[in-house]
Design a binder for this molecule. Structure first.
Ligand SMILES: Cc1cc2nc3c(=O)[nH]c(=O)nc-3n(C[C@H](O)[C@H](O)[C@H](O)COP(=O)(O)OP(=O)(O)OC[C@H]3O[C@@H](n4cnc5c(N)ncnc54)[C@H](O)[C@@H]3O)c2cc1C
Length: 533
């Protein structure tokens, strides 16, 4: 019996565990399906490419065949380790556009999520070495920094974007998101800032009122249909039940929070019936409203050897590793994504509608495919797609993977934005700044010129840039697709909140780690009475 049980120790769960156990009167249990975060590749920023290749600390999901992407099944990595996906992500620190949160707050049942209301929670988590400013915090646990861009190509990209007619911006998280410029990253002194490292340091892990159980997979919530009392867990060849006096906090992420609700009989009656799961609480929105950033990349061979490829090849890779182990410096201390851009296509409204990540290397098939040589690439994603998918079940077996159906490009306008994004990437690569280093275009390649050919290229090659949200979305009680209220309490059930990326009603315009941490900060503050309800 605990006061609070947190299921999932990822971006949100680790923050919740820290904040709730700060009060010694609260007995807190954190359950994480994966192991503790000891593996060295987690902490070394360049280790991300190794984490993407292996299923050891990664759920290694695949989607169902995607109808608009020629029936391809897409690879969906997610972290399965303390720290969750923050322990294997690309470390780009972006909050999204202020209008995103203002739009959330304007939706029925989402009051309180206005940008001015959430900015204090972004700042609260943040340790930004350059100091305490209007936009950045200096007192938080999450180290956020700017890398030094030792590789000239990072700056070449920003210069080229300017030459192609796009603005520069000095801080994507500051007053003006639009433009090309430097990324803030969750790296501090050369070390990845996963939420496990930042919010669960030794001193927190040793708190007598916090128990962290790793390799503990929640199988089902214990509920009578009115209240959630706790959770049954697979741990150490046993299946113990844990009970929560106050609340169970579901933080298993946008893929597995809805899966666990469905496995527990909470969801759409039709989906439950298909799998012979007894209905405990009707909530048709569970798993619906899945949104993700679909990504396409434009890739060039480089005529310079000053790319990240040099560091990945023997013997330099050994030297890079040694240097990192001795100093926490050198190329392995970078996430490889130090500059990028938020730009407007002709379809954009007031704010940028595409995001570009510049990588001075080929990174093919999520780093699982060998690079063909020195190169550089731009990843482009549409920030606010209209396509909606869903998470469901393949089986009632709690150990089976969930059914992931993003239905990318099912809204026709989305493809048009993606086609224009490819053209924008090409325009930037054609700029003078790249003249000295530009080799042949590798992808889409010289034959892919008109809109139809680019669209076909997108269908054949687009991939996720890993930002699924929305599958337990926030909204008003009467809304059939709403799962939680504006305090993340599950509609119609006592003792249960969902607190992770799944509650976002709409994708923010940017990467999703920082927004998820903000959500956890805000809900923890509400629970502990530090924020007005
Ligand atoms: C490869 C990759 C790169 C990314 N790059 C970036 C980036 O650069 N910047 C950025 O902002 N965002 C990035 N993201 C996205 C971002 O990291 C996620 O949006 C964010 O981490 C989601 O947090 P969460 O708390 O919702 O879920 P998670 O962090 O995934 O946490 C869920 C946790 O629950 C655990 N869990 C699941 N099921 C169970 C169960 N049944 N029982 C117990 N535990 C369970 C999981 O193991 C996991 O630890 C990236 C994601 C990926 C995959």
């Amino acid at each position: 019996m605990y006061d609070y049980i947190i299921i999932g120790g990822g971006s949100a769960g680790a923050v919740m565990a820290n904040r709730l156990s700060a009060n010694p009167d609260n007995q807190v249990l954190l359950l994480e399906a994966g192991p503790s975060d000891r593996h060295p590749f987690i902490h070394m920023p360049a280790g991300v490419v190794e984490l993407l290749k292996a299923d050891k600390l990664n759920w290694y999901f695949s989607t169902a065949p995607e109808p608009e992407l020629l029936g391809r099944r897409l690879y969906w990595p997610r972290g399965r380790v303390l720290g969750g996906t923050s322990a294997m992500n690309g470390m780009v620190y972006i909050r999204g556009h202020r209008n995103d949160y203002d739009r959330w707050a304007a939706l029925p049942g989402c009051e309180g999520w206005h940008y001015d209301e959430v900015l204090p929670y972004f700042r609260q988590s943040e340790y930004f070495p350059e100091g305490d400013t209007e936009w950045h915090g200096h007192e938080g646990e999450l180290g956020v920094s700017r890398l030094k861009q030792k590789l000239a190509l990072f700056q070449t990209f920003v210069d080229a974007a300017e030459q192609a007619g796009y603005p520069r911006t000095g801080d994507f998280n500051g007053a003006e998101q639009e433009g090309a410029g430097p990324y803030d990253v969750t790296i501090r002194d050369g070390v990845r800032q996963s939420t496990a490292r930042c919010f669960l340091p030794k001193a927190v892990r040793r708190r007598p009122n916090l128990e962290i159980l790793t390799n503990a997979r929640a199988l089902a919530l214990l509920t009578d249909g009115k209240r959630v009392h706790g959770v049954q867990v697979a741990h150490d060849n046993r299946q113990p039940c844990f009970y929560a006096r106050r609340e169970t906090l579901l933080c298993a992420g946008a893929v597995q929070s809805p899966q666990l609700l469905l496995l527990s009989g909470i969801g759409d009656p039709e989906e439950l019936e298909r799998h012979n799961i007894p209905l405990r609480h009707k909530l048709p929105g569970v798993g619906k409203n899945l949104q993700d950033h679909l990504d396409v990349s434009v890739q060039h061979f480089a005529t310079t050897t000053e790319t990240l490829y040099a560091n990945a090849r023997p013997p330099r890779n050994i030297l890079t590793l040694l240097r990192y182990l001795l100093t926490h410096g050198g190329a392995a201390a970078s996430n490889g994504i130090e500059t990028g851009a938020f730009l407007k296509t002709s379809h954009a409204g007031e704010e940028p509608d595409i995001q570009l990540h510049f990588i001075p290397a080929f990174m093919l098939d999520h780093a699982r495919q060998e690079a063909p040589g020195h190169g550089f690439m731009l990843h482009a994603c549409q920030l606010r797609p209209q396509s909606r998918g869903e998470i469901g079940l393949w089986s009632a077996d709690p150990l089976a993977p969930p059914r992931i159906q993003p239905r990318y490009l099912s809204a026709p306008g989305d493809l048009e934005v993606m086609v224009e994004a490819v053209k924008i990437c090409r325009r930037i690569f054609a700029a003078k700044a790249f003249d000295a280093v530009r080799g042949e275009e590798h992808m889409p390649g010289p034959g892919v010129e008109d809109d139809a050919a680019i669209a076909e290229f997108i269908r054949r090659h687009a991939e996720t840039i890993y930002h699924p949200v929305g599958t337990c979305r926030m909204g008003a009680a009467g809304d059939p697709e709403a799962v939680v209220d504006n305090q993340c309490r599950v509609h119609g059930l006592e003792g249960l909140r969902v607190v992770d990326a799944s509650i976002m009603p709409q994708l923010p315009g940017g990467n999703t780690n920082a927004p998820t941490i903000m959500i956890a900060e805000r809900i923890a503050a509400l629970i502990t009475g530090k924020a007005p309800a």
